[in-house]
Design a binder for this molecule. Sequence first.
Ligand code: F6R
Length: 593
Amino acid sequence: MCGIIGFIGNKNASEIIYNGLKHLEYRGYDSVGVAYIKSKDVVIKKDVGKLNEVNSKLNFLDVKSNIGLGHCRWATTGAVTKENAHPHTDCNNIIVVVHNGIIENYLELKNDLIKKGHNFRSDTDTEVFSHLIEQKMKEGKSFEEACSIASRIIQGTAALVIANTEEEKLIGIKIGSPLVLGVSDFGYFLASDIPAFLNYTKKVIFLKDFEMVVLDKSGYRIYTIDESAKMHETEKKVYTIDWDAEQAEKGSFDHFMIKEILEQVDAISNASIQDVKKLEKFSEKILKSDKIFFVASGTSYHASLVGSYLMNKICGISTIPIIASEFSHYINSINDKTLIIAISQSGETYDVLEAVRLAKNKGAKIFSIVNVNGSTLTWESDDYLLMNCGPEIGVAATKTYSAEIVLLELIACFVAKKFEEGKMKINYLRNIIYNLTSESSRNAIKDIAKFLRDKSNLFLIGRGLLYPTAMEGALKIKEISYIHAEAFAGGELKHGTLSLIEDGVPVIALIDEATKDSTLSNAREVKARKGIVIGVSPFHDEAFDFWIKVPECNNLNPIAFIIPLQLLAYYLAVLRGFDPDKPRNLSKSITVK
Ligand code: F6R
């Protein structure tokens, strides 16, 4: 969803910006650009393509400067062209802007600025911001005042880094999109995400909406911008984060995705280390609430479906899982006795934040499950549990999905007063994941991927806890290998979709002890129509053409069973020649509507 970075200090900015962009590329990779401020002048390099492609053409590293900005784009307003790549400037190349978000009223502002004589060079919404600041400065405002006024004129979402080449200053503003400030003894960083500067500092200030950071070589000042665009200086706490810089590096792995799949052995135990007092609070709130909604998107939504089954199974409590972007249609049933459990890896997903804000307005309480500490969702929530996964860089969520399920299982067990039992089971799962991700298991899955690589459709079936698991498996396969994959509840096959099964159509059947008889009979129905059955289960059956053995883990089956499906999606993408870390048209952390 676009990555932005800025640096000011006494080190070479070009290296810092380039390294930062490498870590932000997961947020957008259709075009990339940098700007360096030098002797009150600006050097801009930008073009369409991935960072390494554009860098080998333009060399981002050959300018020595102490102030820089960078941007990797996931196009929203304006086509993927060199002109639309960021940074964007005002008429005189004094104000330089990089932006993540969408300015909804940009056309109206643009027309007005054109009438006032401003010369636009792109079709983006972002360029409006640089001209708006230029205009306000022309009208006599300082750079800082112009930025704060502009922040209240635009409508929509924005994280912005803005340079003033004459004053040699950087300003960062957060309005609904993520922005963090990194602090070190050699300079200051503004970025969409912590991994962008984790190699240089672990000291971080988390910004809230309508906070503005002013950076020059002497230090930083933070202001809150009130509704009338007045600036109020504010003190903020500096946090030292415990993420390891190595966690944000690929190391010897070919892709982040495979690294993160293998990291699940540790991710599940790290997720299970939780403050019991917080779990108690979650549990009390669940027991006191009239209605409980899970709200999440994509993979996190699939985890919430698993959570809903678990809450019912383990503690007999019914919950309603809702896709975050659909939540507004349920608003009439929300009140002050409602509990929203929001689940989000990034804590920045627009749809989730919007749902949460709607629910809060109706008096609901918000408890969340989040990976990124300091993200907007953590500020918006009454309380939250952290997944403790470290940064997840691959666009396809893997380790955070498992961590989300661990937390949902722990919460359900806590409510049912079976916490110790639940925790023990999670520890036991470590060895199972270790085996499921071993080299021999990976090779077996690779062989199945070789068989499936040229198929254009495949189906997944499962029941109970394995139905959302099938949905998550289908999403992984679709999003990175571009093979059409669809999941069905086993019992639904006979209600229509069985007509899609013909000679050679592959069906992955997820079968555990609880669903053995029913899903096996579905697998046989597929077999009888000459479909190819790939059984994923603790036991073999003659209906299987291929068998992926997964040990029975009862309530934790959604974690055990997703591992081979994540691996299958990964190998399918690689064998078909696609980069699993950067699927087309997608981006991690969707901060727009
Ligand atoms: C799929 C995937 C997405 C995210 C979704 C929500 O692999 O990663 O579907 O799950 O965009 O993101 P978060 O969890 O950050 O709210």
